[in-house]
Ligand binder design. Structure first.
Ligand SMILES: [Zn+2]
Length: 251
């Protein structure tokens, strides 16, 4: 049975030279789908061009690039969402880990994107760093919880809060680091029916492959190691992961 990657930046320029062969290799090994979120309007065309029967795309304005976003980008986002087959708004969210990123501007763009998603009944793909509580507060303010927090890095208590609201949580190679005790505890607390796995390629390589690109085919190692932490088989985890992705993104 195949495996779907809930979060990968296949459009990234670091895949430019060998993208086609990497995708083919992952497909041969059994990756059967990818969710590819865009991070700013400059990447919308590149992401949309990847869309096919395996690759489904999302569009959003990422908080890491907050300095680049213009007010008019929100209108562009709405126009492109309404004229293309897009499955989610994202990635968007809040990054309080990097102190230089303007928090007021982040909140403005995040609030706007929650409303854009809610108006269209599209799920949100959330980037959240150092801001789990702040993001949850915004979801609550808008009464909209149809979302996945990708690369989750909160506490067990925060997992509980998300679970109670039906927010999906994404985990990748970071949780597989032998020293990531807090993250492993959080992962153990996530019920299988709200858990997704991801590579977040080309970022977030495994601890023993630092400075190398995370590749599409590495999803299988993520699956194996996350399954071991959860105490289930890889087959069980892949089945629930695929079902969760299909449910949230309406595939
Ligand atoms: Zn991402």
């Amino acid at each position: 049975m195949g495996l779907i990657d809930s979060h990968i930046h296949l459009d990234d320029l670091r895949y430019q030279r060998d993208r086609v062969s990497l995708i083919e290799r992952a497909k041969k090994q059994g990756v059967t789908g990818w969710i590819v979120p865009a991070v700013n309007t400059d990447r919308f065309d590149a992401v949309l061009a990847l869309q096919d029967q395996y690759t489904r795309v999302a569009l959003g304005l990422h908080p890491y690039w907050i300095a680049d976003h213009h007010e008019s980008d929100l209108m562009v986002l709405e126009e492109v969402l309404d004229s293309h087959d897009v499955i989610a708004v994202g990635e968007c969210g809040l990054d309080y880990f990097i102190k230089e990123l303007d928090r007021d501007k982040q909140l403005h763009f995040f609030d706007a994107q929650i409303e854009i998603a809610k108006d269209r009944d599209l799920p949100l793909i959330l980037h959240v760093r150092g801001a789990v509580d702040a993001v949850f507060e915004r979801l609550k303010a808008h009464g909209y919880y149809r979302a996945v927090m990708h690369s989750f890095s909160g506490s067990v208590e925060q997992v509980q809060q998300m679970v109670n609201s039906g927010v999906y949580l994404g985990f990748g190679a970071a949780a597989c680091n032998p020293n990531a005790h807090k993250l492993k505890a959080a992962l153990q607390a996530v019920p299988l029916d709200l858990l997704m796995i991801e590579t977040d390629g080309p970022d977030q390589p495994f601890y023993d492959r630092r400075k190398q690109r995370m590749l599409p085919e590495h999803l299988f190692r993520v699956c194996e190691e996350v399954a071991a932490i959860k105490g289930v088989t890889s087959a069980t985890l892949s089945a629930s992961n695929n079902a969760n992705i299909k449910k949230l993104f309406n595939l």
